[in-house]
Design a protein around this ligand. Structure first.
Ligand code: NAP
Length: 551
């Protein structure tokens, strides 16, 4: 009898080999990868369609801020050739169309159960399987339980006093209605100016009668300079996709752009200015690629931060408004933002910027919003207040491993998050996270990072089956080593200094810890090998995991 046959015989009869949460970029590819390998798989999705964040984020102005020709799956040559992006940074409907196209092309829908939310998953040690429970009271069992919940799907709606009494309509950008929200003739308030706020504010301003932006922290944002692609460019890209894909995999951020090896402090101020001007004109994230030490060294960072502040002063006509918009944190240590006419929007007569750092929001009233200084009457209130990132979506589900230990307990309510590679947890056999906390993901090109995780998990479960191994579980030692490596890399950078969703500081009461593996930085620290999106990482992690995890 072969190992695989022995494995099948020993394996507890379960409803499915694998259950996956979520039908976004992660869940769709995971389903395809597992099905191709012969595993029976079921995806559960809370929404009534595929798309994940791109299904829920329908707010005005929502678009991708990674260049579209790289922001897609690379696993299928056919798909790369068939799909054509219209512009550099496509809008949400186009990305959603792409994911629907993928779902149809690979016939994925037949294994996805929509409008079904997983609320709990408990490991049954005796039978070595996961028992998975849905909101509607049903449950199924599976050998492998895989999370594709995404890093940013648990909306942060700050608990302002009085929200229930608000007589107008209110929305969170990440749970936008599928019908158009009409701002015409309305007094609209937007709380928050991260990526979602910065994208939606210029669009809402064009339609609303009055727009009040409630800003707690001024943000650095860079012009996207979106433009349609011409057919020649698309044709060339398609011809070169095999090389482009290789370059993406070899890069530290998942884009085929070579990082600079120069320090910002090596260049004379005039030269540096020229470098920044050129990148600013190109738009997109080129500015972040200009020098290697922008997020490593305070003095280097000051040069680029000053440059962007000077652009804000140039763009915003009223000096007192421009002053309020000047960020003071280190550029890049909160997620960089791309915009289309964001700062220009503050030159409009119908837009008012309100600083809620100096005069905090005290309550939502029946008629609007009251800060420590004034009350603003509003018809519509938009929460662009972000997400309980990385851990939030997982902790919303009652996940229990061995001995009934909950993930919440294991991570000590978020005070001590520790994972192995951002994929596995000691005490939770056969449970995998796609782009979980401490994974190399959100600072890179997400679809590529997701592919890497999915392929790792796919290879892993195939290996288990082919070698007759019933379960895999991270050891505590491996987890501790990985976690301390993550912290070591982060602490060598400026990232932990910012109050961002990377650190959990954006959520009231959330313990602060750095929740992301900074693969980008590990590349630049002496003594660390490049560990993230290069081809060798799979091999490295796989060998490592076999040594550390195999029981
Ligand atoms: P975010 O970056 O966390 O921004 C949230 C905003 O809400 C911040 O301005 C924050 O202020 C403010 N805020 C939160 N709680 C508040 C409170 N109690 N009072 C006043 N202001 C409050 O969230 P996001 O804009 O939704 O973006 C999250 C991430 O999603 C991005 O970083 C990005 O990774 C992703 N995203 C990507 C795209 C894209 O691809 N184009 C688009 C949207 C989102 P503070 O800064 O003071 O905390």
């Amino acid at each position: 009898m072969t190992n695989t046959e022995q494995y099948q015989q020993k394996k507890q009869k379960t409803d499915f080999d694998a259950v996956v949460i979520g039908a976004g970029f992660s869940g769709l590819y995971m389903l395809h990868r597992l099905r191709e390998a012969g595993f029976s798989t079921r995806v559960y999705e809370a929404g009534d369609g595929v798309g994940g964040v791109w299904y829920w984020n329908l707010y005005p102005g929502a678009r991708c801020d990674s260049e579209s020709i790289y922001y897609n799956y690379t696993f299928s040559d056919e798909l790369l050739q068939e799909w054509t992006w219209s512009s550099r940074y496509p809008e949400q409907p186009e990305i959603l169309r792409y994911l629907n196209y993928v779902a149809d092309k690979f016939d994925l829908r037949r294994d996805i159960q929509f409008e079904t939310r997983i609320t709990a998953a408990h490991y049954d040690e005796e039978n070595n399987c996961w028992s998975i429970h849905m909101e509607d009271g049903s449950s199924v069992s599976a050998t492998y339980f895989i999370s594709g919940v995404g890093c940013l799907s648990a909306a942060n709606i700050p608990r302002f006093k009085g929200l229930d009494d608000f007589e107008g309509q209110w929305y969170h950008t990440g749970h936008w209605p599928h019908e158009k929200v009409d701002f015409k003739g309305k007094r609209v308030g937007v709380i928050g100016n991260g990526s979602s706020g910065v994208q939606s504010i210029p669009m809402i301003a064009q339609e609303a009668e009055q727009l009040f932006v409630f800003q707690r922290t001024p943000q650095f944002t860079i012009p996207a300079r979106n433009h349609p692609y011409d057919p020649e460019f698309i044709q060339k890209t398609k011809e070169n996709y095999p090389q482009i894909r290789e370059q993406m995999k070899e890069s530290w951020g998942g884009f085929p752009i070579a990082p600079s090896v120069r320090s910002a402090l090596e260049d004379a101020p005039e030269v540096r200015q020229e470098v920044y001007e050129t990148a600013w004109e190109k738009g997109g994230f080129f500015l972040t690629y200009t020098y290697h030490d922008l997020t490593m060294d305070e003095a280097a960072n000051e040069t680029v931060s000053d440059f962007i502040r000077s652009k804000i002063r140039e763009t915003v006509h009223k000096p007192e408004v421009a002053e309020k918009l000047l960020p003071t944190y280190y550029f890049g240590t909160k997620r960089p933002i791309l915009d289309t006419h964001y700062f220009e929007t503050y030159n409009r007569e119908n837009v008012t910027l309100i600083d809620v750092k100096s005069a905090p929001i005290e309550e939502i009233t029946a008629k609007g919003l009251r800060t420590a200084e004034a009350e603003y009457e509003l018809d519509v209130l938009v929460f662009a207040t972000g997400y309980d990132g990385m851990t939030g979506p997982l902790l919303k589900i009652d996940i229990r491993g061995k001995d009934g230990l909950t993930l919440k307990e294991k991570w000590n309510e978020g005070a001590h998050v520790q994972t192995y590679l951002g994929i596995a947890n000691a005490g939770f056999p056969n449970f995998f996270m796609i782009t979980g906390p401490e994974s190399p993901s959100v600072l890179a090109n997400m679809p590529l990072a997701i592919e890497q995780h999915v392929e790792w998990i796919g290879d892993c479960v195939e290996y288990l089956r082919d070698h007759g191994i019933e379960k895999i579980e991270a050891t505590e030692e491996a987890e501790t080593a990985w976690s301390s490596h993550c912290r070591e890399v982060a602490d060598a950078t400026l990232y932990p200094k910012a109050d961002s969703w990377y650190t959990g500081a954006n959520i009231a009461g959330k313990p602060r810890s750095f929740l992301i593996y900074l693969s980008v930085a590990s590349d630049r620290i002496d003594g660390f090998v490049r560990r993230s999106l290069q081809r060798d990482m799979m091999a490295f992690l796989w060998c490592h995991s076999q040594r550390q995890c195999r029981k």
